[in-house]
Design a protein around this ligand. Structure first.
Ligand code: ATP
Ligand code: MG
Length: 323
């Protein structure tokens, strides 16, 4: 893992985006320069006004972030969306259900073997509230970390009673304690095994991140079939509410083709906000941070803020509509 050395921080120009400084001549204010504009955006992210607060959902929303394809941005989207919701006033719990523990790393939460984690929670050895840790960068962002012990859980769960329901049973309001979480976001491993099934049973909504690359929809059919199976046998309320396009590179035609294909396939479930490919986004976990903390004025941070806003507004609109 990297330390905080300045040299390790990229000098990429992503924050220097033409739209923010169209008039490069003398006499412009600080906010019109690239650095000034980035600083201005960062300050707005870090000190949002009360008017920027997101609506609280009428009931707690539980998302499972799933796609058995590896490296598509599940963890990155989990932690950055969680941070985006938290910075805008909501209380969020991330459940790291991947033995790799990448979400725990990105949230700056210790997850060495022996720490109370999602493994003990699944096995019923500790209450969920006892495994929750606060992310050091936000007073409203919390995490149940994953340790390497979770790697054995996939097999250990097989012989257990109610093996598919263990996470759901562990995340009851009573087990979560006094803190009111507005959102719970569960980060899944890149497989459709029992850990992912537990996450699908515990959630109402599935968020599928899709990378704007070749073979983007590969395996998605299988994921959808698994979701249907869980729906019909274990969790009738489950639905794919959200699809998020990640690692979008506007310079390539391919990215647009993939985006169009995904929108044709999933329709309104696809968020309008798209996450660009961004070095800042990929660097942040190396510092135990989300991109919102690492570089709050960057395009990556802005895109996750937008996606978080959209997510919250949709849940709110839907709840209003149901009333
Ligand atoms: P796994 O299946 O292994 O759990 P994942 O689906 O959780 O992977 P991530 O770990 O979030 O995927 O992302 C995979 C890699 O891509 C990571 O190195 C991450 O830093 C990088 N990455 C994710 N999103 C972006 C982005 N928007 N721009 C640049 N790099 C990104
Ligand atoms: Mg991951």
């Amino acid at each position: 893992m990297s330390g905080g050395s300045e040299s390790a921080v990229s000098r990429e120009t992503e924050a220097i985006d033409d739209e923010f400084f169209p008039v490069p001549f003398d006499g412009i204010s600080a906010a019109d320069t690239p650095i000034g504009a980035a600083a201005h955006r960062a300050s707005q992210v870090l000190h949002p006004s009360a008017a920027d607060s997101l609506p609280k959902p009428t009931e707690r929303r539980i998302f499972t972030v799933a796609n058995q394809k590896g490296g598509v941005g599940k963890t990155t989207s989990t932690v950055n969306l969680a941070a985006a919701l938290a910075v805008q006033g909501l209380t969020v719990l991330v459940v790291d259900l991947d033995p790799q523990g990448n979400a725990s790393t990105a949230l700056g939460v210790p997850h060495y073997s022996g720490v109370a984690s999602s493994y003990e929670v699944l096995l019923g050895e500790v209450k969920a509230s006892e495994a929750v840790q606060q992310s050091p960068h936000s007073e409203r962002l919390f995490c149940i970390p994953a340790t390497i012990d979770l790697a054995g859980a996939e097999i250990e769960l097989v012989s257990m009673v109610a093996r598919e329901n263990r996470l759901k049973n562990a995340l009851t309001a009573a087990a979560l304690g006094d803190r009111e979480y507005d959102y719970i976001i569960i980060d899944c491993p890149p497989s459709l095994g029992l850990l992912t099934v537990n996450a699908l049973v515990a959630a109402k909504e599935v968020l599928i991140p899709i990378q704007c690359e070749y073979y983007a929809l590969e395996g998605v059919g299988q994921l959808l079939r698994n979701i249907e199976l869980v729906q019909s046998h274990l969790n009738p309320e489950l639905h794919v509410s959200t699809v998020l396009l990640t690692m979008y590179d506007g310079r390539t035609k391919l990215a647009d083709q993939v985006a169009a294909e995904v929108r044709a396939h999933f329709g309104d479930a696809v968020l309008r906000s798209v996450i660009p490919r961004s070095v800042k986004v990929s660097e942040a976990p190396g510092y135990g941070m989300t991109v919102l903390d690492y570089d709050p004025g960057s395009r990556g941070a802005m895109s996750y803020l937008d996606a978080g806003r959209e997510l919250a507004a949709r849940g709110h609109d839907k709840n209003q509509g149901n009333e």
